[in-house]
Design a protein around this ligand. Structure first.
Ligand SMILES: *Cc1c(COP(=O)(O)O)cnc(C)c1O
Length: 221
């Protein structure tokens, strides 16, 4: 049985705040009871990567929780989370974006998303290649979505001990983020979120401009 590591929770809160960043607690594979403990410490933002698990937890936990869908999302799962999801972190195809727009329209609800950029050396990680990002955003622009709202970018660094490699991957994502924030693109005005940094690399992410961390395993002992 795991427990919440309160010292770590408080430490992350402090480090994030000092860097004007926010963070979400990634609670995949963790029980609703542990989420309630984090909730009682004041946390309101939680991340899950499996839709079914998010739905089960959302149904029984407090309705003021902001649920973040952080993992790869299949199109046929969008409908079930569309009524409540706070932010979808991992949009990586036009087809998925179209489906989010469709479900948002059906509910008359704007749905906030991030575009996942593939910054890691590992091929199995999802996301749009940095080199293709501009073209992808042009495609989104042509769709003229009324319900899907792009808020920024998300990425995962390579799982490696090499801190320089991780730092350079985060720096690349940060430069993509600045580029779209400063462009006169349709999304520029609403872009305010750069989601990067997990338990093993969040300090490097903060040094490289992250403003939303996704922290899981180190919160539990
Ligand atoms: C699991 C997960 C995290 C959190 O990872 P930890 O190493 O447990 O902090 C962050 N982002 C995504 C997309 C994840 O799947």
């Amino acid at each position: 049985m795991s427990q919440v590591n309160k010292e770590i929770v408080n430490q992350i809160e402090k480090e994030a705040t000092a860097n004007r960043a926010k963070w979400i607690a990634v609670t995949k594979n963790q029980s609703p009871e542990l989420i309630s403990e984090l909730y009682d410490m004041g946390l309101r933002s939680f991340g899950e990567n499996r839709v079914q698990e998010m739905l089960e937890k959302q149904a029984i936990l407090s309705k003021d929780i902001q649920w973040h869908q952080i993992g790869h999302l299949q199109r046929n799962k969008v409908k079930s989370i569309a009524p409540f999801v706070h932010l979808i972190h991992a949009v990586d195809s036009i087809e998925l974006a179209d489906e989010i727009e469709k479900q948002g329209k059906a509910l008359n609800r704007r749905i906030k998303v991030l575009i996942q950029v593939h910054i890691a050396a590992e091929e199995e990680k999802f996301g749009i290649e940095a080199a293709d990002l501009h073209a992808f955003i042009e495609m989104l622009k042509q769709r003229n979505y009324q319900f899907l709202e792009v808020k920024g970018l998300m990425g995962m660094a390579t799982f490696t001990e090499d801190q320089n490699q991780v730092a350079s991957e985060f720096a690349l994502l940060h430069s993509c983020y600045e580029a779209i924030r400063n462009s006169d693109n349709f999304v520029a005005a609403q872009i305010d979120t750069l989601s990067m940094g997990m338990s093993g690399d969040y300090k490097i992410a903060l040094q490289n401009g992250a403003n939303l961390l996704r922290i899981g395993s180190i919160l539990f002992k």
